[in-house]
Design a protein around this ligand. Structure first.
Ligand code: MRU
Length: 344
């Protein structure tokens, strides 16, 4: 049984002067941490998905700002140089709002006149990291309350410790529910084309001894039809004021299927994932990655003449979601109420 206070796997390790990033492209075969000492390296680590998952890329970017300050301070124009690095980090990936949220916090701290600026930036980045872990534990408890005695759930992508500061959002709820002894099986779909479910989620759950069953993405409808699951639980990359949720491509399909089969959909996300500046999910920029990633996954020559379209997120309308769980509270039926009640 998992210990909720214990971090079974860590995507990011800060050691005061550099950031160690677990290269998630190589999991589960190889566990390798790469050491980064500047913002350019962290930008590349995010863009190439060595580190991925909305909260984790926000935390990595915050540490990237600290590395920039360490590199440039005390040059006369060090703050301008750090601001340039912040713009570079912000351009690494477009959809997860946690990235921009964390960089905004770091930018505000940068503008504060402080005799120890590096210590202040470092402290803030570590606070962002620790707050994320605490939020995940709080969500885990709230989400487990809602699940009650549900026996089996399906999750999509990887919204676990690997995607966050630790413990996970969707997998945090699953960890907490498993701790309570009700949850007997967690289905994880492969999550093509990057295979976050197959390569990361089932591996992460296995580390904690939580029973996990991998399914092909195309088996999800049949799984629901068979009555084997009570809930789908996912994380989010951005949630707009009306409760629309951007998450890994395929989440929308699952939510549509869930409606047909009477399965409920839970989204677990910290408040750093909310974008109240956008009314609806129509305004969210959806990242489209290099088609070669998709072609390679299908064993097609990436330089062949075959076309591929590779959007890596989609938007699930609020009305298809049963519950949005955050560390601040829960909104049931967000399609009816939106999520402004969670705004500070
Ligand atoms: O492309 P990725 O792997 O960064 O996408 C990750 C997801 O879509 C996750 O579900 C989301 O970030 C929530 S992580 C707690």
């Amino acid at each position: 049984m998992s210990n909720p206070k214990q971090l079974s796997v860590q995507a990011l390790q800060w050691n005061g002067h550099s950031l160690n990033v677990l290269d998630q492209r190589l999991l589960p075969e190889t566990i390798t941490y790469d050491e980064y000492r500047d913002a350019a390296g962290v930008t590349e680590a995010i863009a190439s998905m060595r580190v991925r998952g909305a909260p984790a890329i926000g935390i990595a970017a915050a540490y990237g700002v600290v590395l920039s300050a360490i590199q440039h301070y005390p040059a006369n124009d060090w703050q301008e140089r750090v601001a340039t690095d912040i713009a570079m980090l912000a351009a690494s990936r477009p959809t997860a709002v946690n990235l921009f949220w964390a960089l905004d916090k770091m930018r505000q701290q940068l503008s504060v006149d402080n005799p120890e600026p590096i210590a202040a930036l470092s402290q803030l980045a570590q606070q962002i990291h620790q707050d994320d872990i605490a939020a995940n534990h709080a969500m885990g408890e709230r989400g487990a309350d809602i699940l009650g005695d549900a026996k089996a759930v399906l999750t999509h992508c990887n919204a676990g410790a690997l995607a966050t500061g630790g413990y996970g959002t969707a997998l945090g709820v699953i960890r907490s529910a498993h701790q309570r002894g009700h949850l007997q099986n967690v289905y994880a779909d492969e999550t093509r084309p990057w295979l976050q479910g197959a390569r990361l989620t089932v591996w992460e759950l296995a580390q904690d001894g939580i029973p996990a069953t991998l399914i092909a993405d195309s088996a999800a409808a049949w799984l629901m039809k068979s009555g084997k699951i009570d809930w789908i639980i996912v994380g989010a990359d951005r949630i707009t004021a009306n409760g629309d949720v951007a998450n890994k491509i395929g989440t929308y399909s699952l939510a549509v299927l869930a409606k047909q089969h009477g399965v409920k959909v839970m989204v677990a996300a910290p408040s750093s994932t909310f974008d109240f500046s956008l009314e609806t999910g129509d305004s969210i920029e959806i990242e489209e990655r290099n088609p070669k990633e998709l072609l390679a996954e299908c064993y097609l020559d990436p330089d062949s003449l075959v076309n591929a379209w590779n959007p890596v997120f989609d938007v699930t309308p609020a009305e298809l979601i049963s519950a949005i769980v955050t560390e601040r509270g829960v909104v049931l039926d967000p399609g009816k109420h939106g999520v402004r009640s969670l705004q500070c």
